[in-house]
Design a protein around this ligand. Structure first.
Ligand code: C5P
Length: 279
């Protein structure tokens, strides 16, 4: 079985407070994009075998796909194994949910392959045991995500938009990024971007993009700062770091404009992608 696992970007990310369980309470707008990894899944007699086209990706329990497969087979009491080959295009430690979306695609695919008929809600419940962004990746599209990221609410789908994404060489660990959270009160309101999305006004959406992690990461990381300055020096509707970084994207209503930016950016950044919103 062959499945696609789509990346996400954050159009909005507000950290509300640190919780008693150590996680942070969030209010976000997440958006799936057409940049994807491909998973090839086969039944085998026993065990879990993970292969990946990229070096440095762990192939054991540290891999989210391994974790998802192990959880699924154990919880469903399936006495069988799986072999999963990951064809990775989404950069890692980028804030694009690469690991999370691969795990989500694994759960969805195994549910189909073994005809276990779990509902989407049951899959999302299992997904949260793998990671905070995995439930969103099961659903995809445009969603408001609260709690750890698992409390998903429908918002209007993003009007067709184009994105140029660059991943600078620097990476950011999510855990480290959260450790930088400081509770200074800010005057940020998610309502404005939700309204902009409802009114299908890409220019207005672009003006209301927000990611609190930018405040903690960009001033202190030269490479990421330079990447944002570079991408934002071209025409766009908005430009933002996604998740806890380090990828930066620019938003475009015009494919022609996005292509022009991509052509230039690709010469400077090896990890550079042109994609569009996926609803
Ligand atoms: O859930 P996940 O394993 O993807 O999270 C990675 C790390 O990011 C957590 O161990 C935690 O330190 C941090 N995190 C957080 N609050 C969230 C999501 C993640 O503090 N809502």
């Amino acid at each position: 079985m062959k499945v696609k696992a789509y990346a996400k970007i954050n159009l909005f990310l507000d950290i509300l407070h640190k919780r008693q369980d150590g996680y942070h309470e969030l209010d976000m707008i997440m958006q799936s994009v057409t940049l994807y990894d491909t998973l090839h899944i086969k039944k085998i007699k026993s065990g879990i075998i993970i292969k990946c086209n990229k070096p440095l990706i762990p192939l054991d329990q540290a891999n989210t796909v391994y974790k998802a497969a192990e959880l699924f087979l154990t919880e469903q009491q399936l006495n069988i194994g799986v072999s999963i080959r990951i064809d990775k295009k989404i950069p890692v430690e980028a804030g694009l949910a690469g690991g999370s979306t691969d795990a989500a695609a694994t759960l969805v695919a195994l549910n189909r392959m073994f005809e276990t008929k779990l509902s989407e809600k049951q899959l999302r419940h299992m997904a949260l045991k793998v990671g905070s962004d995995v439930p969103f990746c099961i659903e995809g599209g445009t969603k408001r995500a609260k709690g750890r990221g698992e409390l998903l609410e429908k918002v209007s789908p993003l009007p067709k938009s184009y994105f140029v994404i660059i991943k600078p060489h620097a990476s950011v660990s999510t855990k480290y990024a959260y450790s930088l959270f400081d509770r200074t009160k800010k005057n940020i309101n998610i309502a404005r971007i939700i309204k902009a999305i409802e009114s299908k006004d890409i220019s207005h959406i672009g003006k209301n993009l927000y990611n609190e992690f930018e405040d903690y990461i960009i001033p202190y990381n030269y490479e990421i700062r330079k990447a944002k300055e570079f991408l934002d020096s071209f025409d766009n509707e908005g430009c933002l770091m996604t998740g806890s970084g380090s990828a930066i994207y620019s938003l475009h209503s015009s494919l022609k404009q996005a292509k022009e930016v991509y052509t230039i950016a690709k010469k400077k950044y090896k990890d550079c992608f042109l994609c569009q919103s996926k609803n």
